[in-house]
Design a protein around this ligand. Structure first.
Ligand code: FA5
Length: 368
C-alpha cells in the first residue's frame, strides 16, 4: 500500500516542472516584461512576481514538494531568484522615480542616453548642463595660419602620415649615411615606412606633380624619436610651404614670411634672418621674430636672446628641383617648415609644449 501511495505521489510530482526549470521560466518571463513597450509599472510587476499569488511566491511554496535531499539546493535557487527579482524591481522603480521627478509624465521623450540626470532641468541646475567642447588651440592657430597663406594664393595639401625613405630623405638631398638624418631621428615600421618626421617629405611629390608656378602649403602631423622637454614633443604639427616659379628670389621668401607674421599677430613684427643648415635648401636659413613672451627684455623661453627661431627656410636646393624633374636653370623657389606648436606657445605664452597634447581639460578650458 505505501508503495502504491508513494508511486502515485511520485507520478504526480514528475509531471511538475523541476525548481530549476521553474526558476528559468520565471527569469525569462520577468526579463521579457522588463523590456515591454510601453513599460509595465513597478506596482504591476510586484504583484505579478512578488505578490501573494505572484510567480516567485508560488514557486517558493513548491519547495515542500521537493525531495528532502534536494531541498537545500532548490531553496538556494529560489532565494537567489527572489533577490534578483527584487533587485530588478527596485531598478525599475528608480527609473520611474527619475522620470516623474523630471516632469516627463509620459514615456515618450525619455532619453536614457542623455549625458545628465533625467531629473535635471538646465535653468535650475546650470552646473549639470552638458559641457560644450571647444576647438583645440592647435586647431584654431592652424586654421588661422592656413587662411593667411590661402589669402596669399597658396593651396592647401595634407601630408601623409606614413611615408618612405625616398620621400623623407633621399629626394631631399639626404642620401643614406648623411649625418643630417640624425636631425630627424624617427620611428620605422617593420616594412620600412616612416611616420613622417617633417612635412618636407611631401616636397618631391608636389614638385614632381604640380606644374609651375607652384604655391602649395602642406599641413601634417610629425613624429620624432625625441627625448621630450618643455619645447620638444614626439608628436607635433608643421606647416610647410613650397613656392616655385621663374625668377623667384630670396626677397620673395622674406616678404612672404614677414607678411604672414604681421597678419598672424595683427601688427608689424620685428624679424631677422640668420644662417642655418638644411640639405634641401641652399642657403639654409632661419626666420626669427622678436620674443613675444618677454617683449624682448630677455626670458628663459628665448634663452635671453630676445629672439625666437620660428621658421626654418631657404631657396630650394638645385638637387631637389632636379630630382623632381624641374630644371634649376629655368626655375627657382623657396620652402619653409613652420612648427604650429611653437606659434601657439608664443601666442599664448605657454610654458610647456607637452600641455598642448596632454588632453588636460583644466588647461584646455582656458582657450574657451
Ligand atoms: C624641419 O623639419 C625642416 N623640414 C624644415 C624646413 C622646411 C627647412 C623647408 C627648410 C625648408 P626642424 O627640424 O627645425 O626642420 O623643424 C621645423 C620646426 O618644427 C621647428 O622650428 C619647430 O617649430 C618644429 N619642431 C621640430 N621638432 C619639434 C619637436 N620635437 N616638438 C615640437 N616642435 C618641433
Amino acid at each position: 500500500m505505501p508503495k502504491s501511495h508513494s508511486s502515485k505521489r511520485a507520478g504526480k510530482n514528475d509531471r511538475k516542472p523541476s525548481i530549476s526549470a521553474l526558476v528559468r521560466d520565471i527569469k525569462k518571463q520577468l526579463l521579457s516584461d522588463l523590456q515591454s513597450d510601453p513599460p509595465i509599472s513597478t506596482a504591476q510587476l510586484k504583484t505579478k512576481y512578488l505578490g501573494k499569488q505572484g510567480m516567485v511566491t508560488r514557486a517558493m511554496k513548491e519547495i515542500g514538494a521537493v525531495a528532502p535531499e534536494k531541498r537545500s539546493e532548490a531553496g538556494k535557487e529560489l532565494n537567489t531568484l527572489k533577490l534578483w527579482a527584487e533587485g530588478q524591481m527596485s531598478r525599475v522603480s528608480e527609473t520611474e522615480k527619475m522620470r516623474l521627478d523630471s516632469g516627463i509624465a509620459s514615456d515618450d521623450g525619455f532619453d536614457v542616453t542623455a549625458p545628465f540626470p533625467p531629473n535635471t532641468t538646465g535653468s535650475e541646475r546650470p552646473g549639470l548642463e552638458p559641457k560644450v567642447g571647444t576647438l583645440h588651440p592647435l586647431t584654431t592657430v592652424g586654421e588661422k595660419a592656413i587662411r593667411i597663406f590661402e589669402s596669399m594664393g597658396f593651396h592647401l595639401v595634407e601630408a601623409r602620415r606614413l611615408d618612405d625613405d625616398y620621400n623623407s630623405f633621399e629626394a631631399l638631398n639626404i642620401p643614406k649615411g648623411h649625418p643630417a638624418r640624425d636631425l630627424w631621428d624617427t620611428f620605422w615600421t617593420e616594412d620600412r615606412l616612416i611616420p613622417i618626421p617633417h612635412t618636407s617629405a611631401m616636397q618631391n611629390r608636389i614638385l614632381s606633380s604640380v606644374k609651375p608656378p607652384i604655391r602649395e602649403i602642406i599641413v601634417g602631423k610629425c613624429f620624432r624619436n625625441e627625448a621630450t622637454d618643455a619645447s620638444h614633443e614626439h608628436t607635433f604639427y608643421q606647416l610647410e610651404g613650397v613656392y616655385v616659379d621663374k625668377n623667384v628670389t630670396l626677397t620673395d621668401l622674406i616678404g612672404t614670411l614677414s607678411h604672414f607674421m604681421n597678419a598672424f599677430y595683427g601688427r608689424d613684427i620685428k624679424y631677422k634672418i640668420q644662417p642655418s643648415y638644411f640639405p634641401f635648401v641652399e642657403p639654409g636659413l632661419e626666420f626669427l621674430i622678436e620674443c613675444l613672451v618677454c617683449g624682448q627684455r630677455g626670458c628663459p623661453f628665448c634663452h635671453y636672446s630676445k629672439w625666437v627661431e620660428v621658421i626654418p627656410c631657404g631657396p630650394i636646393h638645385p638637387n631637389v628641383l632636379r630630382e623632381s624633374g624641374l630644371n634649376p636653370d629655368e626655375y627657382s623657389g623657396f620652402a619653409w617648415g613652420l612648427g604650429f606648436d611653437r606659434l601657439v606657445i608664443l601666442r599664448n605664452q605657454i610654458s610647456d609644449i607637452r600641455l598642448l597634447h596632454s588632453g588636460d581639460l583644466k588647461f584646455l578650458e582656458q582657450f574657451r
